[in-house]
Design a protein around this ligand. Structure first.
Ligand SMILES: Nc1nc2c(ncn2[C@@H]2O[C@H](COP(=O)(O)OP(=O)(O)O)[C@@H](O)[C@H]2O)c(=O)[nH]1
Ligand SMILES: [Mg+2]
Length: 333
């Protein structure tokens, strides 16, 4: 059976198998990505990131239910959690998710626990997302934990990035420290039933005020004007992140969040930002593949002895990395 063809026919087993191939960066996985590429480029990729315990899994679960009910979208969920390699990332939120969404053949849930192969976590994620895209999922929700460089890289893949905060996680807002606020299109204050929600909201608004001084008020013919809620982007046509409160556990604020996400999609389409993002992502994929392939091909040609000798010369400072590369390349040209 041709797995790629089966995937296009929305066969779940084929998708499951190819996801594993692609996650492990096998020959078969790469061949499938190549064959399926013409069928990609349609899905809306939503990244959901934030500190552990803020309620990301619960929120993703609720968003999936919302998209099923309100829009009849086909929804894929990819939970990237390298911190729990033995459980496959299936913590409490994921079990709840499984219960609510299992049995719906238009929902597909997958956990990724590995650090990702050669190209790294972001590249593995990107490749797995392409399979969901080809399999005709309208919305792909990618949940990532924490705020490291890998999470930032994954967030850059997404068309829309939600950064989830929760009140009472200490006075510092976790995400700000890691600079993850800069990648947020929508800031979600989940657990809005908890005390301290006003404090968190004030802190986030303060941060936004600094980075987007035009957020609430801008000058118009010398007069100050308050922007209406629907017109959340400024004159430069840049998106101003929205702040939304949710109680994911009870489904509160989910529809409003869904509407904010829809406004962001409208903005991406109208401002041509969607095509720009797509172009950048494809360039990253292309460059990464090129670098990886050339490097591997070069190593295949080079005897391990020559590599080891050169490295020890560099370590002894008899040769510089620059000089070594130059002379090695000469012998191959
Ligand atoms: N009080 C409250 N608890 C919530 C809310 N959303 C999720 N939780 C709980 O917070 C815990 C962590 O949720 P989870 O979705 O696994 O968080 P994640 O680690 O960010 O994926 C679970 O016990 C959830 O039931 C909420 O809006 N309010
Ligand atoms: Mg989770």
């Amino acid at each position: 059976m041709n797995l790629s063809q089966a995937l296009l026919n929305q066969n779940r087993l084929a998708l499951t198998r190819l996801l594993t191939q692609v996650e492990n960066n096998t020959e078969q996985g790469r061949a499938a990505l190549n064959a399926l590429f013409p069928h990609t480029g349609k899905a809306h990729l939503i990244g959901v990131t934030g500190a552990p315990g803020t309620g990301k899994s619960t929120l993703v679960n609720q968003l999936a239910l919302y998209y099923r009910k309100e829009h009849d979208f086909r929804v894929a969920i990819l939970a990237v959690d390298p911190s729990s390699p033995f459980t496959g990332g299936a913590v409490l939120g994921d079990r709840v998710r499984m219960r609510d969404l299992s049995g719906d053949k238009n929902v597909f849930i997958r956990s990724m626990a590995s650090r990702g192969s050669l190209g790294g976590l972001a590249q593995s994620t990107s490749a797995m997302v392409q399979l969901f895209d080809a399999a005709n999922y309208d919305v792909i929700l990618v949940e990532t934990v924490g705020a490291g460089q890998a999470e930032v890289d994954i967030a850059k893949l997404a068309h829309t990035t939600l950064v989830v905060e929760a009140p009472g996680l200490g006075d510092d807002i976790q995400a700000i420290k890691a600079g993850i606020l800069e990648i947020a299109d929508i800031l979600v204050i989940n657990k809005a039933d908890r005390p301290g929600v006003e404090h968190t909201e004030r802190a986030l608004n303060g941060m936004l005020e600094l980075s987007h001084p035009t957020r609430r008020i801008f000058q118009h013919h010398g007069r100050s004007m308050v922007i209406e809620e629907e017109k959340v982007y400024d004159q430069q046509n840049t998106w101003i992140p929205e702040v939304k409160r949710t109680i994911a556990k009870e489904g509160y604020g989910i529809a409003e969040l869904g509407e904010a996400i829809a406004r962001h999609v409208d903005f991406l389409r109208e401002s041509d930002e969607w095509s720009r993002q797509t172009r950048t992502q494809l360039q990253v994929t292309f460059d990464t593949l090129l670098r990886e392939t050339l490097f591997n091909r070069f190593l295949d040609e080079l005897s391990p002895q020559v590599y080891a000798d050169t490295l020890s010369q560099i370590v002894k400072r008899e040769e510089s990395p620059w000089g070594a590369v130059e002379s090695l390349l000469k012998t191959f040209l």
